[in-house]
Design a protein around this ligand. Sequence first.
Ligand code: SAM
Length: 287
Amino acid sequence: MQPTDKPWFTESCDECGSAFSLSLTDKQKVHEEQTPFQKIEVYETEKFGNLMTIDGFVMLTTRDNFLYHEMMTHPVLFTHPDPKRVLIIGGGDCGTLREVLRHPGVELAQQVDIDEGVTRASEKYFPELCESNGDPRAELHFADGLKWVKEAEAGYYDVIIVDSTDPIGPAEGLFGEAFFRDCLRALGDDGIMVQQSESPLFHMKLLEAIHTYMRRAGFDHSQTLHFPQPVYPSGWWTCTMASKSPFNGFREEASAARPFKTLYYSPEVHKGALALPPFMQEAFENL
Ligand code: SAM
C-alpha cells in the first residue's frame, strides 16, 4: 500500500527486495510510446518534476538528474589530460551531452543513442537538458553504440562515456568484454572510458564483472566512483573508468577553476567519490 491514496509511480526491484515510488500529479502519465527498441513513458510527479521511464525502469527526473549527469561527465573529463573528442554512447536524454559541452576544450561531442524517441521525448519534457544540442561541437546520431564503436577509427576519441540503460535488451552488449575491447581500440593513448555501473549495494557482482571485463579487454587500470542517485535502486550509484595508463589523480586545479556552474560536482566531491568503502575495495582487490 502506498502512504496516501494519491496516484503513485512505483518501480519494484525483485532481485533487490525493494521498491521506489514517486507521487504523481492528477495528470499522471503525459507520454507513452512503444519504439522499435523500448517503451518510453513520461510522468508528471508532484515533487520531482518530470519522470522518464524506459520499459518501466526509472531513467531520470527533473529534480535529481544533475547528480548522475555531472558525475558521469566531470570526473572523467578532469582525469583526461586534455579531452577534445568525446563520444557518448546512449545518453539520449542529452543531459550528459550538455555537461560535456560545458568544457571549453572539448571540440567534438558525439552522442550515439539507439533510440531517437528518447531524445525527442527529452526535448519536449526535459528541454533544459537539450539546451546545448544546437552547439556546433555537438553531433546527435541515432545508431547502435556497439556497431558505432566497432567501426570507429582507431585512436580517434579521448573519452568514451557509456550512459546506457541497465544491462538488458539493447544495452546488454554495452557491459561486455568485446565492447570494451572496441572502446580501447577507438581511444587514443591517454584515452579513458567510463561506464555507468549500477548500485554498489545491489549489483556488486556486476561491478566486479565490469572491472574484470575491462582488464581482460586490455585496459590496465580501472577505477569506480560512487555518488548518490535517489531515484535508482538503493539510491546509491557508481560509474567505472578504465584507462591504458595509470590513474594519477585528476586535474584538481582545472577542476577548481572550472568556468561553469555545477550543482554537485566539485574537486572535493570528486576526491570523495574515489574514496571507496572497505567492502568495495576488498571486492576489487580480490579480482
Ligand atoms: N542513466 C540512465 C539509467 O541508468 O537509467 C540511462 C539514461 S539514458 C536515457 C540510456 C540510453 O541508452 C537510452 O536512451 C537507450 O536508448 C540507450 N541505449 C540502450 N542500448 C543502446 C545501444 N546499444 N546503443 C546506443 N544506445 C543505447
